[in-house]
Design a protein around this ligand. Sequence first.
Ligand code: ZN
Ligand code: ZN
Length: 184
Amino acid sequence: MSGSISIKKIKINLIPVGQVKKINFDFLIEFLADSFRANIQVGNNFPLPGEAFNFQRKQYLSSYILRTAKSYLNLKEDEKALLIADVDLYAEGLNFVFGEAEINGSIAIISLVRLRESFYGRPEKKEIFESRVKKEAVHELGHVFGLKHCSSSQCVMYFSNSLADTDRKSWEFCLRCRGLLMTR
Ligand SMILES: [Zn+2]
Ligand SMILES: [Zn+2]
């Protein structure tokens, strides 16, 4: 590569957690590389920690997975990780979460389960699924890069309380969030 003056120093590792149904992550790799001007790599699977499973809820505690993965991955200073899980996640006090992140930290997780139309008994649509994955991935990584929730309902940093919120917002940062991201 030549002719480029941008120095790509941040590395984002995409880490499948447990068994992730065969998905080609190419659409996400290019997209995240553009959104964060980062090098994206797909890492080895991280095994789902059994202790994170709540038998009553039949869901995994996302913070537990984040914590164990963080100590296991031993990320370098210029490295971030996005865990991609294909199990349903929860946080205390919430029915479910689409994802969770360490704000201004190094690691985040998203779940693919509730981003599929089939979860709601509707026929699967690849485009819709991929656009939701992009939004959730950028949102959680935005937190990792220090961004908080945004009040603009179109901004990717808007808090998604439901799938409708996710579908309504774009996968881009608003000007304000973009500005905050650039100053980091
Ligand atoms: Zn958030
Ligand atoms: Zn914003």
